[in-house]
Design a protein around this ligand. Structure first.
Ligand code: 4AZ
Length: 849
C-alpha cells in the first residue's frame, strides 16, 4: 500500500484543446451519435487474488511508463485520450511533466517482445482542480496522447458511463492491472496482465466496512465520486501498481468503465475493499477536457436502466470476522500441525492457510549440510487436528536466512491437497509488519519445533506481554531508541505468572479480541535475570504471504493506542543496561513501578518489613525485622513484589511468594544484621519486579544515595529520603566505639530525615553515575542513621544467591584514603546537639572534598 501524502490543490492543463464547448452532461441527448465503437473485446476470450488475463480480453487497458518502468494503469477512452488516476502523476503536490510519461497500448505480458503493442508519447496531463489527495476524491487524470493510438483487436476504447448511469451494487465487475499481487509483493515475471472479479459495494456497505477501526485507528470517509468494489472478507483486490486502471462492468454486450483504481487500506484486507473513482460522476469534467477531439470518448446510453434506483436495502452492515485464530480453548489449537519426517521426532508447526504449514527450518535442515535438507518429501506426513488421515507434503520452502539467523528459523511446507477449513483445522492468524501487540496482551505458549511428545504444562502457561521499553532495553540496546508502535519490534517479551519449563522451545500466541495470532517464535536462551524474549513473526509476514499467496495475515484487532498516546513518545534505553537487568528504574515508563526491587515482607501476619529483590528467587531484609529477638523458629513470611506504587498496573503484575528459608551469614557473637529470604519459586524479571544491583566495593564511587522506606507502615507508599554516606572515620568519631564493624552512617539532606518511618527497616540505596541502582545497606534496629553494610557480605551473598548481580568494580574508591585518623575535636564535642552535628559534619565534608 502506498502512503499518499496530503497534496495541495492542482490545476494544470498543459495544452488547451481548441474546439467548441459542449456541455453534454447537462443536456445529454439519448440519440447522441456515438463517434466511436467502445467497450467491445475479443469474444473468446493481479491484482490480488486474480489470474492471468487472456490476450485481447481488455483491449482498453494501457500501461503508463515513467523512468523506464510501469507505474500505473490507465484506460483508452478515445484514440487520443487515456483515463487514469491523478495520484499517479503528482509528486509533492506538483504534476510531473507529461513528456516524462509514455503510454503502452495493446500489451499483454510486459516481459519479452511486445507483439502488437505500441507506445505513444503524452502531450498533456490534466487533473481536476480540486484534486489534492486520494482520500479526498477527484482522483482522476486525462492523458492527451501526442498522436492517436492505432486501434485494432488488441487496442480498443472502453465505454464511459453518463452521469445518470446507475451501476447496481452487487454487480460482478472486473479490475485489471500489472500491480502487486499482495502488499509489497510485485507481480512476478512474465508480468502478464491480471484480472480479478470484484463486486460493486453500495456506498453504505463500504462506509460501514471502512468505519471499523483498524491499525492506527484508521477509518475512512467514503465521499461522493468514490465507489467501492471487493468483498468484506477481502482476499481479492487491486493493489499498488493497478492505480489508474479500469474497473469495468458489462452491460448489453459492452463494457462500461465504472471506476478508476484509486486507493484502499492495504490490499485484500478484511473489511477494506478497494476504493475507485466513480467515473460517471465526472462525465461533465471529462467532456470538458476532451472537447473538440474527434473522435472523442463514447458515452453510450445505459442499455437497461435498473428498474428502481439501486439503493441498498437499509443498511447492510455485515462486517467480515477473522477466519483465522479461533480456538475452542487455550491449548486446543486447531492450527497445531505435526510434521512427521521418517527417522526423527515430530516437529511442531502451525497451519497458516489451506495449504501451508509454518515450522522451524531447523527441524528439516540436515545437521551436517545445512543448506541441503533431505528432499524425499514423499515419505513426509503432516498431522492436523480432526483430519482422519495425515496430509502429504508437496514442497518445502526454507527462509533464505534460516540456517544462520535464529530469528529467521522458518520453513513453509505446502500440503499436496489443500484442507477444507472448518472449526478444525483452522489456520492461526499472522500479524502484518506494522502490528503492535499491546503491552499487557494475554499470550500463551504453544509447542514449536521438536517439543516433547506429551503436552507439557508449559503449553498452557499464561503470559502477559511487556511494554517495548522493558523488552528492548533489558536486552542491552543501550542508548537505542525503543521501537515505536507500528515499527517492527526486535523482540517480544512475555512475563509469566508462574514458572516455565526452561528447556523447551515454544511459539508465542497472543490474543486480540478472542483471536489468536502467532506473535513470536523460539525464545532466545535467556540470561537468568532477563525475561524471555521471542523473535517477532511480524517481520516475516511479507515472506510468508509471498510464498503461500494466501496466508491469513490479519489486521490489528485492538487499538487503545494512537498517535497522541504516551506510547508513541520516543524513548531511549538508559546506558547502564549493559550490566544486565539489575537496578533498572524506568524514568518515563507509561505504567510501571517506580521501585521494581522493593518488596513487602509480611511476617507472621503482624508486621511488614521492607525487602529488596536480589535475584529472581531471593529477597534481602534486615534480620531484626523478620526475626524477633531470641526467636529461633522461622515465622510464616509472605513476600509481595510489584506493589510499590503499583496502582496503574494490571493485577497480574503483583506477585506473592512464600519464604521457604531464611539464611544468615556466620557471625561470631552478635546476630547478623542481614537475612536472605529464599522464595518458594522464582519471580521472573518484569517491569514491576526486577532485582537490584550490588557493588563489590559496597558503595559505588560518585553515587547519590537514598533511604527508601514507607511514609506510613499502613499505606506503604514508597518515599525516598536523600542522604550522604559519611566516611568511616567520621562515622567512627560520631559513634565512638559503639558501632559493629561494617556499619554505615548517613546524614540526611535538609528536612529529609522524617520522610519515612523506620520500624520496617528500610534499605539504603545509591544510584551510580551510569544510572544503575545499588543496594548498599539495611537499617539497623532503632536507628535512622545507621545501616548494616552489604559490602562486607559480598562473599556470603554470592555463594548463597548464584544470580545476585554485582556491578563491575570500577574507578576510585568511594572515600579518599589516607588523611588523619584523629577525630576532629568539634565532632566529639557536638554529640549532644543534632543541629550542631549537622553543621559540623557539613563543614568537615566540605573541607574533605
Ligand atoms: C496503490 O497504492 C493502491 N487495495 C491501489 C489500490 C489499492 C490500494 C493501494 C486497493 O496504488
Amino acid at each position: 500500500m502506498a502512503r499518499h501524502l496530503l497534496l495541495p490543490v492542482v490545476m494544470l492543463v498543459i495544452s488547451p484543446i481548441p474546439g467548441a464547448f459542449q456541455d453534454s452532461a447537462l443536456s445529454p441527448t439519448q440519440e447522441e451519435p456515438e463517434d466511436l465503437d467502445c467497450g467491445r473485446s475479443e469474444p473468446s476470450a493481479r491484482i490480488v487474488g486474480g489470474s492471468d488475463a487472456q490476450p485481447g480480453t481488455w483491449p482498453w487497458q494501457v500501461s503508463l511508463h515513467h523512468g523506464g518502468g510501469h507505474i500505473c494503469g490507465g484506460s483508452l477512452i478515445a484514440p487520443s485520450w487515456v483515463l487514469s488516476a491523478a495520484h499517479c502523476f503528482m509528486t509533492n503536490g506538483t504534476l510531473e511533466p507529461a513528456a516524462e510519461w509514455s503510454v503502452l497500448l495493446g500489451v499483454h505480458s510486459q516481459d519479452g517482445p511486445l507483439d502488437g503493442a505500441h507506445t505513444r508519447a503524452v502531450a498533456a496531463i490534466v487533473v481536476p482542480v480540486n484534486y489534492s489527495q486520494v482520500e479526498l476524491g477527484a482522483d482522476l487524470a486525462l492523458l492527451h496522447l501526442a498522436s492517436p493510438a492505432s486501434l485494432g483487436p488488441a487496442v480498443r476504447p472502453v465505454c464511459l458511463p453518463r452521469a445518470s448511469h446507475r451501476f447496481v451494487h452487487g454487480t460482478a465487475c472486473w479490475a485489471t492491472g500489472w500491480g502487486d499481487v499482495q502488499e509489497a509483493d510485485p507481480l512476478p515475471l512474465p508480468w502478464v496482465l491480471q484480472e480479478v472479479e470484484l463486486r460493486l459495494l453500495g456506498k453504505a456497505t463500504c462506509q460501514c466496512l471502512y468505519s471499523q477501526p483498524g491499525p492506527f485507528n484508521l477509518t475512512l470517509q467514503i465521499l461522493p465520486g468514490m465507489l467501492c468494489a471487493g468483498y468484506p472478507e477481502g482476499r481479492r483486490d487491486t493493489c499498488q501498481g493497478d492505480s489508474g486502471g479500469p474497473l469495468v462492468c458489462e452491460e448489453g454486450g459492452r463494457w462500461f468503465q465504472a471506476g478508476i483504481t484509486s486507493f484502499g487500506f492495504g490490499c485484500g484486507r478484511r473489511n477494506r475493499p478497494g476504493v475507485f473513482t466513480a467515473v460517471a460522476t465526472y462525465e461533465a469534467w471529462i467532456r470538458e477536457q476532451v472537447m473538440g477531439s474527434e473522435p472523442g470518448p463514447a458515452f453510450p446510453t445505459q442499455p437497461q436502466k435498473p428498474q428502481s434506483d439501486p439503493q441498498e436495502p437499509r443498511e447492510n452492515c455485515t462486517i467480515a470476522l477473522p477466519e483465522c485464530g479461533k480456538a475452542p480453548r487455550p491449548g486446543a489449537w486447531p492450527w497445531e500441525a505435526q510434521v512427521m519426517v521418517p527417522g526423527s521426532r515430530p516437529c511442531h508447526g502451525a497451519l497458516v492457510s489451506e495449504s501451508w504449514v509454518l515450522a522451524p527450518a531447523s527441524c528439516f535442515l540436515h545437521p551436517s549440510s545445512s543448506d541441503s535438507p533431505p528432499r524425499d518429501l514423499d515419505a513426509w506426513r503432516v498431522l492436523l487436528p480432526s483430519r482422519p488421515r495425515a496430509e502429504r507434503v508437496a514442497r518445502l520452502v526454507h527462509h533464505d536466512n534460516a540456517s544462520w539467523d535464529d530469528a529467521s528459523d522458518l520453513a513453509l511446507l505446502q500440503l499436496r491437497t489443500p484442507v477444507n477449513l472448518s472449526a478444525a483445522p483452522r489456520p492461526v492468524c499472522l500479524p502484518h509488519p506494522e502490528h503492535y501487540f499491546l503491552p499487557g496482551s494475554r499470550c500463551r505458549l504453544a509447542r514449536w519445533g521438536r517439543g516433547e511428545p506429551a503436552l507439557g504444562p508449559g503449553a498452557l502457561l499464561e503470559a502477559e506481554l511487556l511494554g517495548g521499553w522493558w523488552c528492548h532495553c533489558l536486552y542491552g540496546r543501550q542508548g537505542a531508541a525503543v521501537p515505536l508502535p507500528g515499527d517492527p519490534p526486535h523482540a517480544l517479551c512475555p512475563a509469566y505468572q508462574e514458572e516455565e519449563e526452561n528447556d523447551s522451545h515454544w511459539s508465542l500466541l497472543c490474543q486480540e479480541e478472542g483471536t489468536w495470532f502467532l506473535a513470536g517464535i523460539r525464545d532466545f536462551p535467556s540470561g537468568c535475570l532477563r525475561p524471555r524474549a521471542f523473535f517477532p513473526v511480524q517481520t516475516h509476514g511479507p515472506w510468508i504471504s509471498h510464498v503461500t499467496q494466501g496466508a491469513y495475515l490479519e489486521d490489528q484487532l485492538t487499538w487503545d493506542w494512537g498517535p497522541d498516546g504516551e506510547e508513541t513518545e520516543t524513548q531511549t534505553c538508559p546506558t547502564h543496561t549493559q550490566h544486565g537487568a539489575c537496578g533498572l528504574r524506568p524514568e518515563a515508563a507509561p505504567v510501571g513501578v517506580l521501585w521494581p526491587w522493593l518488596a513487602e515482607v509480611h511476617v507472621a501476619g503482624d508486621r511488614v518489613c521492607t525487602g529488596i529483590l536480589l535475584a529472581p528467587g531471593w529477597v534481602l531484609a534486615a534480620t531484626h525485622c523478620v526475626l524477633r529477638p531470641g526467636s529461633t523458629t522461622v515465622p510464616y513470611i509472605e513476600v509481595y513484589l510489584g506493589r510499590a506504587g503499583a496502582s496503574p498496573l494490571p493485577q497480574g503484575h503483583q506477585v506473592s511468594r512464600l519464604v521457604i528459608s531464611i539464611r544468615l551469614p556466620r557471625h561470631l557473637g552478635l546476630r547478623p544484621p542481614l537475612a536472605l529470604l529464599e522464595l518458594s519459586s522464582r519471580v521472573e524479571p518484569s517491569p514491576s519486579a526486577l532485582p537490584i544491583c550490588l557493588h563489590p566495593a559496597g558503595i559505588p564511587p560518585g553515587a547519590s544515595c537514598w533511604v527508601l522506606g514507607w511514609k506510613e507502615p499502613q499505606d506503604r507508599v514508597p518515599v525516598a529520603a536523600a542522604v550522604s554516606i559519611l566516611t568511616p572515620r567520621i562515622c567512627h568519631c560520631l559513634y565512638q566505639g559503639i558501632l559493629p564493624p561494617g556499619t554505615l552512617c548517613v546524614l540526611y539532606a535538609e528536612g529529609q530525615e522524617n520522610r519515612c518511618e523506620m520500624t520496617s527497616a528500610p534499605p539504603l540505596l545509591c544510584q551510580t553515575t551510569e544510572g544503575s541502582w545499588v543496594l548498599v545497606g539495611m537499617a539497623v534496629q532503632g536507628s535512622r542513621e545507621l545501616f548494616a553494610a552489604i559490602g562486607p557480605e559480598e562473599a556470603w551473598i554470592s555463594q548463597t544467591v548464584g544470580e545476585a548481580h554485582f556491578l563491575p568494580s570500577s574507578g576510585s574508591p568511594h572515600w579518599p584514603t589516607g588523611g588523619s585518623n584523629l577525630c576532629p575535636p568539634e565532632l566529639a564535642k557536638a554529640s549532644g546537639s543534632p543541629r550542631a552535628v549537622h553543621f559540623l559534619l557539613l563543614l568537615t565534608l566540605l573541607i574533605q572534598s
